[in-house]
Design a protein around this ligand. Structure first.
Ligand code: NAP
Length: 246
């Protein structure tokens, strides 16, 4: 159980982040539902959590901005006194073949996916160091392990998250803070809803379990990594991918 824990889930207005927020709240954590543009959807997530008897609050912040991320974490500490769980989930795609990929497409993806995670870790870890406890969970992707044509920017950002996870895990391990990454495979969300039937079928062929995962599959893994029971696990990358990257 996560009673009394304060959790920040970046990009939890939709998709995987939403499921992580709802799952952590169901286990007793107070959840800060971070969003960038989807205020209404973030509000719906808070309503769902409160209706189930949990505690949550929506807070807007563009995590790619160093100062806005500092304000987000500062607000959480001022309001709740601590921060126990940080889930860096906010992510975007701007897919294109290398020869067509613009500098803007590369920068946007790196800034949100990788720098966004760095920003939040950088600000939250100071408080976790004071507490001598904390759980940091970064959402990578099997694209960061296997690569993916058309995703040079996204794969680089997700591989970067793995390096970030391992380095920070080494720095913070002796202070009771664990840092792990989850690498989802194909998960049913708005991000994958744009795939054509043919692309989806081809993807399913490459998954040993032959079907896409659910947001719940990822959220359950995050909840485990956030729990007491996972206290001796750090610097790891857990693939939630139906066996695709093995
Ligand atoms: P999604 O449905 O597109 O949702 C993305 C979330 O990120 C939204 O809540 C969005 O908030 C938020 N976000 C985007 N830019 C942000 C920013 N600058 N600051 C704060 N929040 C921001 O995506 P998803 O499929 O759930 O993916 C979630 C994570 O899992 C991502 O890191 C993604 O790379 C990773 N992942 C997904 C899959 C998959 O198959 N779906 C596979 C592997 C990894 P707003 O709407 O408010 O902007």
């Amino acid at each position: 159980m996560l009673s009394g824990r304060i959790a920040v889930v970046t990009g939890s207005s939709r998709g995987i982040g939403r499921e992580i927020a709802v799952t952590l709240a169901a286990k007793g954590a107070t959840v800060i539902v971070n969003y960038n543009g989807s205020a209404e959807k973030a509000g719906e997530v808070v309503d769902v959590i409160r209706e189930a008897g949990g505690e949550a609050e929506a807070v807007q912040c563009n995590v790619s901005d160093f100062n806005q991320s500092a304000e987000l974490i500062k607000y959480v500490i001022k309001t709740y006194g601590r921060i126990d769980i940080l889930v860096n989930n906010a992510g975007i795609t701007r897919d294109n073949l290398l020869m067509k990929m613009s500098e803007e497409e590369f920068d946007a993806v790196l800034n949100t996916n990788l720098k966004g995670a760095f920003n939040c870790i950088r600000h939250a870890s100071r408080q976790m160091l004071k507490q001598r406890s904390g759980r940091i969970i970064n959402i990578s992707s099997i694209s960061g392990i296997m690569g993916n044509a058309g995703q040079a920017n996204y794969s680089a950002s997700k591989a970067g998250i793995i390096g970030l996870t391992k380095s920070v895990a080494r720095e913070l391990a002796s202070r009771g803070i664990t840092v792990n990454a989850i690498a989802p495979g194909f998960i049913d969300t708005e991000m994958t809803a744009v795939l054509t039937d043919n692309v989806r079928k081809a993807a399913e062929e490459n998954i040993p379990m032959k079907h896409f995962g659910s947001t719940k599959d990822v959220a359950n893994t995050a909840a485990f990594l956030a729990s007491e029971e996972a206290g001796y696990i750090t610097g790891q990358v857990i693939c939630v991918d139906g066996g695709m990257a093995m």
